[in-house]
Ligand binder design. Structure first.
Ligand SMILES: NC(=O)C1=CN([C@@H]2O[C@H](COP(=O)(O)OP(=O)(O)OC[C@H]3O[C@@H](n4cnc5c(N)ncnc54)[C@H](O)[C@@H]3O)[C@@H](O)[C@H]2O)[C@H](O)CC1
Ligand SMILES: [K+]
Length: 499
């Protein structure tokens, strides 16, 4: 679990690392440039024409060191343009300028936007980094606009120039618009907000060797859930265990037209390793369920009010449910059964905050997408505000909220935000949310806490999608469900090998 930190805290970590190690600031800059370059070479071929556009602070210093390292790696079409006169040269910039000149890499300075070249192939943007501390001058604004319009592909160093680390809204954004940003040591919260695509379409982060013990001790409300964390949470199946050891998940099916949704949820629960899965549906559907997935058990929906719920360790409700009066009545009845619950889709659409306050009984996981979230908790104009509402509501309702997004936000009962790091656009297809509900309900039934079930469920779901996306242009939900055991195996095997 990586704690996300502010620009100011990063600066302190930088100073601390240099004070408590043999490293000087110029060594750290070299490490940062090396780390950047390692990722860059996987994206951009040495045949491309590369222009490093640098400022004269430490972000510019990084840019100069990157130009030198790329030249040494066989990138011969490389030049540096330094935007002059808006700030003084930092010491490490100056040292890197000398190193660059010694290699005879083309180095020009420009003092007006008109002096910039007309066209660029690949731009490495190193004008301003985390040191941005005031509004952009007209010189910078016009220059950035020119670069944005004339670059085929832009890679920003640490952060797009003109974008502030602690910025969370993007109206009137006039900084660099990057295709990729390679940032240092930690992801930045702002890059996980959908609106930030105006500043960077994608990002990667890389360790530059800052003191991790120091960094990890910095308190924060935001965390990045990485593979190691999830591997640490996952339990391996033990010898002499049986189906009863791994819990029993109950999935409630709904409307005739959308029966497939609950089937997908049940299938995903099964493939996530729960001991037993029962689908609650009309008896007319039993044969179809048996043919679709013979491992699934069935219970008659007519018996909804007389079932013994104590035998189910989790209940998932919402996928394909529908929202008529009868279904609403069923939902409220089920909420009173005090079982660990996953509430999705129509279950969320039928509730209000007042009903949730009245009926939600810990442990529960709510899995809204943006529309379901805003219907339930009010409209939001930006994602940052939506996250703040989710934090307040998760605390108030004492439940876990999984706010779905490319980077899904998992908010725990004390309002801390955990950002899921897996998943990709190949997963953008109907049924994918139903699978996630099934994954989470399986881990809940297997005995994980609501929060851990949400963290593991989201990670495994997205990782299965990432693995499939290497071979599939699109990953239909049922294929993803069937891939889940392979993903679980790879996570557990990898953990055993590295322990
Ligand atoms: N620990 C790390 O993450 C490391 C980061 N590195 C890189 O250093 C930059 C931050 O460098 P810094 O010198 O502090 O600031 P900048 O280069 O971003 O800016 C330089 C300078 O510009 C002035 N300035 C700020 N805002 C404006 C503005 N709107 N207009 C004009 N001038 C402005 C201000 O005086 C700044 O000081 C970080 O992003 C990384 O790329 C290290 O290389 C390694 C360790
Ligand atoms: K930059």
């Amino acid at each position: 679990m990586l704690n996300l930190i502010t620009a100011e805290e990063m600066r302190k970590a930088d100073a601390y690392t240099c004070e408590h190690s043999e490293l000087s600031t110029i060594d750290l800059m070299e490490q940062a440039a090396n780390a950047f370059t390692e990722i860059f070479v996987n994206h951009i071929s040495p045949q491309r024409h590369i222009t490093v556009i640098a400022g004269t602070g430490n972000n510019g210093g990084d840019g100069l060191a990157i130009a030198r390292l790329l030249r040494m790696k066989g990138y011969h079409n490389i030049k540096v343009i330094c935007m002059n006169g808006f700030t003084t040269e930092s010491e490490d910039f100056r040292i890197n300028k000398e190193r660059l000149v010694a290699l005879k890499i083309s180095f020009e300075t420009v003092s007006t936007p008109e002096q910039l070249p007309q066209n660029f192939d690949v731009v490495i943007d190193a004008v301003l980094g985390s040191g941005l501390n005031r509004d952009l001058s007209n010189f910078l604004k016009t220059s950035f606009e020119h670069i944005n319009q004339n670059s085929n592909y832009t890679v920003s160093v640490d952060i797009p120039s003109g974008c502030s680390t602690d910025r969370f809204t993007f109206e009137d954004y006039c900084g660099i618009k990057a295709d990729l940003t390679i940032c240092f040591q930690r992801p930045k919260l702002l890059f996980t907000l959908p609106e930030s695509t105006v500043a960077t379409k994608s990002f990667k982060f890389t360790s530059i060797g800052l003191d991790e013990n120091y960094l990890l001790a910095i308190p924060t409300d935001y965390y990045w859930t990485d593979q190691q964390t999830v591997q640490g949470l996952l339990h391996k199946r033990k010898a002499f265990t049986h189906k009863g050891t791994y819990g029993h998940a109950l999935i409630i099916s709904g409307n005739a037209q959308t029966k497939g949704a609950a089937l997908l949820t049940a299938k995903a629960a099964l493939f996530s390793g729960v001991g037993l899965v029962t689908l609650l549906t009309e008896s007319a559907y039993f044969p179809y369920v048996n043919v679709y997935q013979p491992e699934l058990m069935t219970a008659n929906k007519e018996d909804l009010k007389i079932l013994d719920y104590s035998k189910y360790q989790s209940v998932a409700i919402g996928p394909g449910m529908g929202s008529n009066t009868e279904q609403r009545d069923q939902l409220l009845f089920l909420l009173q059964q005090k079982r660990p619950m996953v509430l999705d889709a129509d279950a969320l659409n039928m509730l209000t905050t007042d009903l949730l306050k009245q009926y939600i009984l810990h442990p529960a996981v709510l899995t809204p997408h943006v529309k379901e979230f805003d219907r339930l908790f009010g409209a939001h104009t930006c994602w940052y505000n939506r996250i703040q509402t989710a934090r307040i509501q998760a605390k108030e309702l004492q439940c876990v909220i999984v706010l779905k997004n490319q980077y899904t936000y998992i908010i725990n009962e004390v309002g801390k935000v955990f950002i899921n790091s897996t998943g990709n656009p190949a997963m953008a297809q109907g049924g994918m949310g139903d699978i996630l509900t099934g994954c989470i309900s399986a881990f809940l039934a297997r005995g994980y806490s609501a929060f851990n079930a949400a963290v593991i469920g989201c990670f495994v779901h997205g990782k299965a999608g990432d693995e499939l996306a290497e071979r599939y242009e699109v990953t239909p939900a049922s294929i993803l469900a069937e891939h889940l055991p392979l993903t679980l195996r790879s996570l557990l095997t990898d953990r055993i090998m590295t322990n």
